[in-house]
Design a protein around this ligand. Structure first.
Ligand code: BEZ
Length: 395
């Protein structure tokens, strides 16, 4: 049963609703005769800046492909730089929702910031599409009719790699991450799959986000001599970690595995240090999929850049919104119908088509990839149609 009901007239309309004419004009606006307002809350500065930009690029590209309209309405954009700072998240989300009166928030990248956005979106009954942050709670105990994700839960890529390493007969693994939800929940997913099949995580190491002083931890890993290491790092920090690992001479000594964020969108900067690294992710280079091929051509032509997983997630966030907006001919006040259409859609994604779970998280294949030159080449499917367990979600 949906509690995601119509928000009614905008406050500005209520204030001038004394006259019949004004009231009529405002009702028409509230029912969606104007533009659909999209609020990007993304990191545009800091270690995750390139991720935020790629998400926005992907989203805008899909909208452009539809002639700049979804559900027959033009799109108007609003932007806030969330700086990957959880402390500023409630205020930043409120700027988009209360000040700008957006119809949908598209955000964000960082799991800690996401918690703040989910809270404000729920309080205000605002549609939210999460284009990256994997925080398990958003499609777990904090799930809700108005909360959707076009990306992954933190549990998913970690679980896929735990499965791969257990199948390879690895026994003793050390994990190393930033100490916040994304890293911790990736490790939890990894451990769940790995230990269920007889492996053991012998040590869990971490450092605060976004620190990049890896040296002492790398030395500690070397002293433990595990069969392998599993890590979560992304963006600028991932570039530095991969280079430091190679510089410490461990690349040929201890196999390094990760969720695919370690090497997505980073290979140009990582260069030789990344060659041969294997990761698991819901996107890869070289997928035999015409949708992906046209997406990649379009992205390269539009932005003079190669797309990455973040661009795909932005593109698919727009596809999800399009499904909702089309069902109501752009009248975003018909919220229950928007939600229903988004729930039922099959997204024709460059990653391969996917549906959403009851908790609104993608049910999708996780690929095993290997770095070869500037590509995360697909080697096969690590886990097919992997659904997050959505523990604690009651929709
Ligand atoms: C996160 O904080 O959820 C996250 C950040 C970057 C890449 C993947 C996940």
């Amino acid at each position: 049963m949906h509690r995601f009901t119509a928000r009614g007239l905008a406050p500005a309309c209520l204030a001038i609703a004394a006259s019949f004419a004004a009231s009529f004009a405002c009702t028409a606006a509230a029912q969606g005769s104007g533009k659909i307002k999209v609020g990007f809350m993304l990191p545009y500065t800091g270690t995750y800046a390139s991720l935020g930009n790629a998400i926005e690029n992907g989203f805008r590209m899909y909208v452009q492909e539809q002639g700049g309209r979804l559900g027959g309405r033009e799109i108007e954009y609003f932007k806030v730089d969330d700086e990957s700072d959880p402390a500023k998240a409630p205020e930043n989300a409120s700027k988009l929702i209360k000040r700008d009166q957006v119809d949908v928030v598209v955000g964000t990248v960082h799991s800690g910031v996401q918690m703040g956005i989910v809270k404000v979106a729920k309080e205000n009954n605002t549609l939210l599409i999460i284009p990256n942050a994997g925080v398990d709670e958003a499609t777990g105990p904090l799930c809700g009719p108005n909360i959707f994700r076009s990306s992954f839960s933190n549990w998913q890529p970690g679980y896929a790699m735990g499965h791969v390493l257990a199948e390879r007969g690895m026994k003793r693994v050390v994990t190393l991450t930033w100490k916040y939800a994304a890293g911790e929940q990736s490790v939890k997913g990894f451990k769940e799959a790995f230990e269920a099949k007889g492996g053991k995580v012998v040590k869990e190491l971490s450092l605060p986000f976004p620190n990049v002083e890896f040296q002492a931890l790398i030395t500690e890993v070397a002293s433990i001599k595990p069969d392998a290491v599993f890590v979560f790092f992304a963006g600028g920090g991932a570039v530095k970690f991969v280079k430091d690992w190679a510089a410490a001479g461990l690349k040929e000594k201890i196999p390094l595995y990760a969720s695919g964020f370690l090497t997505d969108g980073t290979l140009e900067a990582q260069g030789a240090a990344a060659q041969g690294l294997e990761t698991t992710l819901h996107y890869a280079d070289g997928l035999a999929n015409p949708r992906d091929q046209s997406f990649r051509l379009g992205y390269a032509k539009t932005y003079k850049l190669q797309p990455d997983v973040y661009a795909v997630q932005g593109y698919d966030a727009a596809q999800l919104l399009a499904a909702g907006a089309s069902a109501v001919k752009g009248d975003m006040t018909r919220k229950a119908e928007v939600v229903k259409a988004m729930e039922l859609t099959r997204v024709d994604s460059p990653r391969g088509s996917f549906t959403l779970s009851k908790a609104h998280n993608p049910v999708q294949d996780f690929y095993l990839r290997k770095v070869d030159g500037r590509e995360n080449k697909v080697g096969g499917i690590a886990v097919k149609a992997l659904a997050d367990p959505a523990r604690g979600c009651r929709i």
